[in-house]
Each structure stands twice: as C-alpha cells, then as structure tokens.
Write a protein that binds this ligand. Structure first.
Ligand code: 0O2
Length: 229
C-alpha cells in the first residue's frame, strides 16, 4: 500500500501573520488534527490488512492524507463570514483533517465505509454520497465527516476528520478536474470545452467502474462455486 502526505503549499505571508499572532494555539490545534489523521489512517490500514488476509485481495490501493493549509482555512472562514478562532475552525471547517482512501472497486468502498462507521469510536456527523448522486460536473466520491477521539496526556479530545473514499477511476478523473479548476490562466472558452469533455469522461469512468465490478463479482462467484465442488 502506498502512503504519502501532500506537501503543504507555501502560505501567503499576510495570512501567516494572522496565524502567527496565535501561533501556540494554532500549532496545538493542528497537532490534534494531525493525530486524528493518524488514528483514521491506521483504522483503514487495519481494515485493509484484515481484508487482504481473509480475501487474498487488498481493498485499498492508496491512502492519502492532508492537513488543510492556513490559507485554505482562512479562505473558508471568510467565505462563511466567520472570524479566525479555534471554535470557528473546529465547528465550521469540517475538512481541516483529510484522509482519502482509494479503492480498486466500488464494493470495496461500501464495505470499508461500513466497517469503519461501525467502530465504537467513530461517530458519523455527515455523509455526502456523490457516487450514487454524482455532482453536475461528473464528480464522484463518498464523503464522510466523522468525529473520533485522540488520547492526550490528561484528556480525550474528539476531533473531526473528512474521509473521502473513491475508486482508482474516480481518483484519476478528480485529480485532472482539480488541476483544471485550480489552473488560473485558462480562458473561459477553454474551461467550457474541457468541462464538457470531462463530463463525458466521468460517464466513461462510471461505466468502467461498473464493468470492472461485474468482472470482479463473476470471478468471486466462480471461486466460491469451485470451492463448493
Ligand atoms: P482540496 O484541495 O481537495 O482540499 P462544506 O463547507 O464542507 O459543507 P465543501 O467543502 O464544498 O462544503 O464539501 P464537499 O462537497 O464535501 O467537498 C469538499 C472536498 O471534496 C473538496 O475539497 C475536494 O477535495 C472534493 N471535491 C468536491 N467537489 C469536487 C469536484 O467537483 N471536483 C474535485 N476534483 N474535487 C471535489 P477542497 O477544499 O475543494 O479541495
């Protein structure tokens, strides 16, 4: 299983200044989020290891983690008309801690999400199913906002983490679409054309996921039948 943490982009000095005025406070909060990311990542690694052992197949292709940059946190708070403080970050920016789990097949997503949400110390806050209900632009993924404890020296603290589960095909599509969205020098005309092409690719990718799942199911069924004989 590959694992990597996205490099944190260099923040704008003016934004850094706002954060630096409360350095200690924010470093503490970010340390808590980093710990929560570790907890969630470990949970998925354990589920993947067990599945690989029982089914001879790893349901996790890749786990990516990221801590939202100070710049993005501030932008989100400003969009919501909120000031920069600990409470607003904790209550209103639900994706400071992000864990993305990339799976080979759609069924892997359902199984992993189910097993993860059944755990005693994982509390579901919000679920957005962009797989069953893709976004207008074709984006598909399962998004979960959960709360899970981290254990500190003298207290237990509940932390929110955004978990995104998607297939390899969904990840391929989303990373290209993300690049297009964040590329600032593309003309509106080109963005229009590329968006429409991407919508077409989203349909092809959804179809690919379905076909791959159906082949997977057929192989599994055959294996069961052979074992019964
Ligand atoms: P990055 O760089 O990936 O972190 P909320 O304020 O939480 O209620 P939000 O943040 O719009 O509303 O929540 P949502 O819809 O769950 O989406 C959050 C994240 O999902 C995004 O984070 C993306 O990672 C991903 N995402 C959602 N829609 C799209 C899409 O159309 N295309 C792609 N490529 N990714 C998408 P960020 O902060 O935008 O970006």
């Amino acid at each position: 299983m590959k694992k990597h943490e996205k490099e944190i982009e260099k923040p704008d000095p003016a934004i850094l200044e706002k954060f630096q005025a409360r350095t200690q406070e924010f470093q503490t909060l970010m340390t808590y989020y980093r710990s929560a990311i570790r907890e969630v990542e470990t949970k998925f690694q354990i589920l993947a290891d067990e599945s690989a052992l029982l089914n001879d197949r790893n349901p996790v292709n890749d786990i990516q983690t990221r801590l939202k940059s100070p710049q993005s946190i501030l932008e989100k708070l400003e969009r919501k008309g909120l000031s920069l403080c600990w409470e607003n970050i904790e209550n209103e920016v639900l994706d400071v801690a992000g864990v993305r789990v990339v799976c080979p097949f759609i069924d892997d997503i359902d199984r992993l999400a189910g097993a993860f949400l059944e755990q005693d110390d994982v509390h579901l806050i919000r679920k957005k199913d962009y797989i069953r209900h893709p976004k207008e632009n074709g984006y598909r993924s399962l998004h979960l906002i959960i709360e899970t404890p981290i254990y500190l020296m003298h207290e237990k603290k509940m932390m929110k983490v955004e978990v995104q589960l998607r297939t390899i095909a969904m990840e391929f599509w989303a990373s290209l679409e993300h690049q297009m969205r964040y590329k600032k020098d593309l003309s509106d005309e080109l963005i229009g054309k590329l968006s429409s092409q991407l919508r077409g690719c989203a349909a092809i990718s959804a179809n690919l996921d379905e076909q791959m799942q159906s082949i997977r199911n057929r192989i599994d069924q055959e294996t069961i039948e052979q074992e019964e004989d």
